[in-house]
Write a protein that binds this ligand. Sequence first.
Ligand code: PGA
Length: 245
Amino acid sequence: MSRKKYMVGNWKMNQVTSEIKDFFSNFDASKYNCSAWVAPQFIHIPLVQELGGNSLGVGSQNCSHQESGAFTGDISPKSLKDINAGFTLIGHSERRAIFKEANELLNEKTKLALECGLEVIFCVGETLEEREQGKTEAVVESQLAEGLKGINSDKIIIAYEPVWAIGTGKTATPLQAEEVHKFIRNYLSSKMNYNSDDLSILYGGSVKPSNVAELLSQSNIDGGLVGGASLKASDFTALCEAAST
Ligand code: PGA
């Protein structure tokens, strides 16, 4: 896959049926020239596929590290593929922090999701404390080295999401984001054999209509992974428009 522009909505644990219907009466993915994707809660994937139409990419926010078996409450990537989900997020900072998902487990999940035929948006990012201690690159490097160990696939998209910018209203400046995106592209191409021209790297953390254009104008930023601003059709429309120009 060569680099292209993405706008990915991470709906997290939000939205009920009526809100989803309302969203799609005001949002039409076929109008945009970017890859417009949404990751709703698992149970809403079929509804979002139905209402979103063929132009919308629909995926999940997480998946199991196992294909089947006694894993009560888990969702298999095989089952996701079976219902035509296209992708999954893996390693979102909320999974890492709240559910204690470590790089080793994320590596297993990523391998299995790819084997099952899903594209993977692999998320990395540092905490505020780590940034203040000058450890941003070291943290991101170990998340990539351990999380993607033994994996080289053109079905991987990276999302750089500084933890301190998620849901806080604080966005990394376009320059701060660009520096880390450049580091990620260089690291994956020089140390892990990825083709840097094919690798898409998305920025996440308080992306909104007012800051998206400047972020997307950076040469190593290929799109956004968006929480809060993806829940409102008018905001997500503005974000997809920005990614289409
Ligand atoms: P936010 O979330 O846009 O609400 O900051 C981004 C994310 O967590 O993916």
